[in-house]
Ligand binder design. Sequence first.
Ligand code: FES
Length: 300
Amino acid sequence: MAQRDSILGKQIHDALESVPELEDLGRQVKQTLHQAVLDGGPEVRNAVDMLHGTWLGHPLHPVLTDVTIGAWGMAALFDVLSMLGGGRASERAADTMLDIGTASAAATAITGLADYSTIPNNAIREGAAHGLLNITGFILNLISSGARKSGMRGLGVLLSSISFGILMISAWLGGELVYRKRVGINHNSRIRQPENWTTVIADADLQPLQPRRVEVAGEPVLLYRKGNDIFAIGAVCSHAGGPLDEGHFYDNCVQCPWHDSVFDLRDGSVVHGPSTFSQPLYEARVYNGDIQVRLVHDNH
Ligand code: FES
């Protein structure tokens, strides 16, 4: 069944489509950032992996957005309480939460930029709008904080209130990116089969260093022969669904052709992001002139 936008969603999408430059700008930013990461060498790549959240097992960015939005939301709440007679204590709490949110936003923005450098093409426009709105909200909150510290509390509250409205639209876009565009989620389905050895192709049909994509229990599997070993991992990249069988193979790894995630063929683990999810792992053997595989583990 076709998905239908809410009224708000339709208005936001219409607004985004009325600015085609957003897509061009976003694409340029994405490509420039990603190339800089690839050109930066292993240290830069490892640092960006940390920002993606490869060490966490899922993306880091949404974890930090919770802190940022939570703190700014609390600031808005204490501002309301102060206006309802909460007094100086509420004002101090609002100002503190605003500053915590602003500090957290800097880290959140960096992880967002890292993820944006490898965002799937179908989400470039929404991602660009999400980033620009967040930057706007961040700047307004910085000015708000300065105004509050300078005794211009009314102006400070006005600016942070406008910022909060902008950030709510941006948060809605963040939801679109994850739940509709599937950015940051695992693109492998839950795999449970085969538990038993299952014949996939004749042994003679898998040439050394020539990747093959086969179907096993309805799931695409990448086969790769190197020396005496036959590696078998899920062929669909967990980051955004790229075809790993069309990737670049080196050492005991495969690099995805879409956004350059690197996986270890021996165990399916992530060597480099942007993917934060390992690949389903199969065991392979030659039996009676055929190659057989069975599932070792999925990646959920
Ligand atoms: S699809 Fe993005 S790295 Fe593979």
